[in-house]
Design a protein around this ligand. Structure first.
Ligand SMILES: *[C@@H]1O[C@H](CO)[C@@H](O)[C@H](O)[C@H]1NC(C)=O
Ligand SMILES: *[C@@H]1O[C@H](CO)[C@@H](O)[C@H](O)[C@H]1NC(C)=O
Ligand SMILES: *[C@@H]1O[C@H](CO)[C@@H](O)[C@H](O)[C@H]1NC(C)=O
Length: 550
């Protein structure tokens, strides 16, 4: 039985608590667009309760085998370089020569349970790579999402027991490297706005523009300006050193609390001047090169769902997504109608959409599930359908880098170029499918299968698994080479024979092929509890980070 004084204390607590809740609850819901934070809100579809959706063993294994083949051939031909050249078997350094394929692929190997590969990667990270030395300038954005993201995610995955640690000192050893890297990137933040310098010169320890100089009109796009939060906040959690979190939020204070407001709430003009934060350009897009700014707004809130400070990021995300639905959503005038996203620049719409923009369907589903927004959910599903259409419309069944359509809205009167197909081949595709590629290459990118992954995990609809399998087989078919998997020049071509096929291959294989594309495919066929969206948030390079509920 409760003692009297304890009961009084509980009653007082309840009364005071209710008052605080009513006061702040009312205040917050008014100011946060009906955002009702409920930290443990379930995101994933309840597969277990519904009794289906377990691991699809055969398909998961097929994806894993492609990962093994990718890594095996890379190791044989290009160990220590950033990438293997998948057609010629040569080597390429595109990410400062720190072995991008090794490090960026670590979390995929861990998730797939590939301990041999993981042991090689771990040894490279802990004993070999030197993050003090590099040729050329360092790109803080790419370095953060690929290298630093992989390192902090690996610590989280090892601590969660996803794979057994190769050494008991893994935490200390990996974090030592992660801090070295982050500390060397530090000069990127030396601007009045906290918007990063586009590059860092490690020898002079100074932030510079992409040609190595410093000047007062250096500009940056939104993704570069401020999507370091997930990686830096996690590094601060793991090390206890707040400097990383602090640095990564400075630009956001600016971008998230834009005092001047926007014509379309939440959608900022880009690029910006890093010294003043003022817009230099007038582009408004959720696609590249502004994409992960929007992606991280909701993910910041999901990473720390109980922190009041991240609610304004969620609020900005809702604003931006609502504005995008109002101003940038477009449907084709052909039947059946498909939905796509426009971008807007210099007062004109551009009716083309890029593969990179296809992340947004999954991002919408993620935020809509958490914030209970059926309107944004439908918007997300419609965009995933549009991206799926871009794949199945191509003869190779792999989607192009960029495509166009004829929109049915009146907005089309203000369209800048791309109103109709130009070549005979484009014309033919357009008449059959309602779209035509304006850039026909495929770069092994993940965004479309990434959105299928969210579609499957959040809605439980089998069609997303089917679409993912279809994409996987088509991609493997179109891109497979002697030494791995290669970017292709033209997804409208289906060359069968050797020399014709070679001519369609670019001899490039970036690290996101194993970091992202293969990981999202694998997780679509794995047990849905593996890296559940209820416990993990993926950075923009698909490295999962533990959600922290305190
Ligand atoms: C943090 O930002 C400051 C500039 O405000 C910079 O000098 C410092 O190197 C940065 N440190 C890290 C670890 O990012
Ligand atoms: C980096 O800085 C060093 C020392 O100031 C300079 O010699 C070098 O040319 C710079 N590197 C680049 C790529 O600009
Ligand atoms: C790709 O698919 C075609 C037909 O669907 C088939 O003939 C060809 O062998 C496949 N190529 C590869 C490399 O799998």
């Amino acid at each position: 039985m409760l003692g009297r004084s304890r009961r009084v204390r509980i009653a007082t607590f309840l009364v005071v608590g209710t008052c605080i809740y009513l006061f702040y609850g009312g205040f917050l819901s008014a100011s946060l667009l009906e955002l009702k934070p409920s930290p443990r809100k379930r995101i994933q579809y309840p597969f277990k309760e519904k009794g289906f959706g377990g691991k699809d063993e055969d398909k998961a294994t097929a994806v894993k085998q492609v990962m093994q083949r990718t890594f095996g051939l890379y190791k044989q031909k290009a160990w220590g370089f950033d990438e293997v050249k998948p057609v010629s078997g040569g080597q390429r350094n595109s990410r400062n020569g720190w072995g991008a394929t090794i490090i960026d692929g670590m979390t995929t190997a861990a998730i797939m349970g590939l301990s041999d590969i993981f042991a090689d990667q771990y040894d490279w990270v802990v004993n070999r790579v030197n993050f003090h030395k590099t040729m050329g300038l360092v790109d803080p954005f790419e370095t953060t999402i690929r290298y630093l993201g992989a390192l902090v995610s690996t610590v989280d995955l090892l601590e969660a027991g996803v794979i057994s640690p190769p050494s008991p000192s893994f935490r200390k050893d990996i974090l030592r490297q992660a801090r070295t890297l982050a500390d060397n990137l530090g000069p990127a933040f030396d601007t009045p706005t906290g918007m990063l310098w586009p590059r860092v010169n490690f020898s002079s320890a100074r932030g510079v523009d992409d040609s190595g100089r410093r000047n007062s009109y250096t500009r940056t796009h939104l993704a570069r300006a401020g999507s370091h939060f997930l990686e830096y906040a996690t590094l601060s959690e793991l090390t206890g050193d707040k400097i990383y979190l602090k640095n990564s939020t400075r630009a956001w204070n600016w971008l998230v609390d834009n005092k001047k407001g926007e014509e379309w709430p939440g959608i900022l003009e880009s690029p910006r001047l890093i010294w003043t934060g003022e817009p230099f350009g007038t582009t408004r897009t959720l696609g590249a090169p502004d994409d992960s700014h929007y992606e991280y707004l909701i993910k910041a809130h999901l990473l720390f769902p109980t922190r009041a400070s991240t609610r304004r990021h969620a609020k900005r995300w809702v604003q931006a997504m609502t504005s995008a639905q109002t101003h940038l959503l477009s449907t084709s005038n052909t039947r059946p109608r498909h939905s796509f996203l426009l971008s807007y620049s210099k007062g004109m719409y551009e009716n083309k959409m890029g593969h990179l923009t296809c992340f947004i369907g999954g991002n919408l589903l993620l935020g809509a599930a958490y914030l209970s927004r059926p309107d944004l959910h439908s918007f997300g599903e419609a965009l995933i359908d549009g991206c799926h259409h871009s794949y199945v419309s191509m003869p190779s069944r792999v989607g192009p880098e960029e495509w166009s359509w004829t929109p049915r809205e009146r907005k089309q009167t203000r369209i800048n170029g791309f109103t109709s197909p130009v070549t005979a081949a484009q014309e033919r595709l357009w008449s059959q499918t309602g779209i035509w590629p304006t850039a026909a290459n495929y770069n092994l990118r993940p965004e479309v299968v990434e959105s299928y992954f969210y579609g499957w995990r959040i809605t439980g609809q089998q069609k997303y698994r089917d679409w993912a399998w279809d994409a996987f087989t088509a991609i493997a078919n179109a891109t497979s080479t002697h030494w791995g998997y290669s970017e292709v020049t033209d997804v409208t071509a289906t060359p069968r024979d050797g020399s014709e096929r070679d001519a369609n291959l670019r001899d490039i294989s970036e690290s996101f092929w194993s970091a992202e594309t293969l990981k999202y495919l694998y997780l679509t066929f794995s047990d849905p509890d593996l890296c559940s969206l209820d416990s993990w948030v993926f950075n923009t390079e698909a490295h999962p980070l533990k959600r922290r509920f305190r």
